[in-house]
Design a protein around this ligand. Structure first.
Ligand SMILES: [Zn+2]
Length: 313
């Protein structure tokens, strides 16, 4: 099955009240483990590659590897650049054969964000590639939150129509309280998503696909495995899965998960290393790590994204 862009995926997800999982993959083994979960559950899936992962896997490998993988895959898959920090990188990924790119110019002011996003859209659309852009600040725990009104640093609903119309993007990443990384909240803090803002945005852009970043839940079970076998990750508070399930029933058509995949993979590796000290065949350690990723993705597809069985929509 050839790679696809996200257009039809998002149309179907919007209509069907589910979300397409965007799993961040750091290497080819994780990519294979994610695709296995999508195949097993018959879910469409987005393989998200950060600029760091692109460097690690190699620009000359990525499309070839995906094409090889797709010979065995029967579900729709998009190859997506996550957080393209400049126009040149986004264009290069279009040339490499990505079917979707994200331009993240959210650190610039509104006008410059529009300008850069539009430049990427013009190039990408000419090649049949979808574009996601971000409006508002998706926080990390380090970010100082300066609240000037009820929207604070979140996406201002008043901006979204102009942004989407002027850029012609295919999906919009919004900030409503999710955050990148494992440490999204301070200890004791209660995770909250601003569903009021989500609903306002949804009303302004009926039918338009929205995207949530920083949506790992950091499951306690995964963290426990990692820490029981020599890891030392402090406890973390993620986004509760019930909130994400709620969001996927709204206009949220794509939810990004990175941290949870890393924790599952490294937990699987650590466990296998500790349990097999006499072995030196790398596959003995990598296989269970891949299995942990497949199990995690399968669980999220069925219980969080609600996308299982939607491969042929
Ligand atoms: Zn992100």
């Amino acid at each position: 099955m050839p790679l696809v862009n996200t257009k039809k995926m998002f149309e179907n997800a919007y209509k069907g009240h589910y979300a397409i999982p965007a799993f961040n993959v750091d290497n080819v083994d994780i990519m294979k483990a994610v695709l296995r979960a999508a195949e097993k559950t018959q879910s469409p899936v987005i393989i998200a590659i950060s600029s760091g992962a692109l460097k690690f896997i190699g620009e000359n490998y990525i499309r070839q590897v995906m094409d090889c993988a797709m010979k065995e895959v029967t579900v729709p898959v998009a190859l997506h650049l996550d957080h393209g920090k400049d126009v040149a990188l986004c264009k290069r990924c279009v040339d490499l054969g990505f079917t979707s790119v994200m331009i993240d110019a959210s650190a610039y002011d509104f006008e410059e964000n529009i300008r850069q996003t539009r430049e990427v859209v013009e190039y990408a659309h000419a090649h049949g590639v979808s574009v996601e852009s971000e409006l508002g600040a998706i926080a990390g725990i380090e970010d100082e939150v300066v609240v000037d009104d009820k929207y604070g640093n979140f996406t201002h609903p008043a901006d979204v129509i102009e942004f989407v119309e002027k850029t012609n993007i295919d999906s919009l990443a919004i900030a409503i309280g999710t955050a990148h990384g494992a440490y999204k909240f301070k200890p004791g803090q209660k995770p909250q998503l601003r569903f009021d803002i989500l609903e306002e945005i949804e009303q302004k852009l009926p039918g338009f696909p929205l995207v949530l970043h920083g949506a790992s839940s950091v499951p306690a079970a995964s963290l426990k495995i990692l820490n029981s076998y020599g890891g030392a990750m402090p406890e973390a508070i993620g986004i509760p899965e019930a909130m994400l399930l709620d969001a996927s029933k709204h206009a949220v058509c794509k939810i990004n998960v990175g941290t949870d995949i890393r924790v599952a993979y490294v937990g699987g590796l650590r466990k296998a290393l500790v349990e097999n000290p006499e072995k030196f065949d790398a596959r003995v350690f990598i296989n269970p790590a891949m299995d942990a990723v497949t199990a995690l993705c399968e669980d999220k597809i069925r219980n969080v994204f609600n996308s299982a069985g939607h491969a042929n929509d």
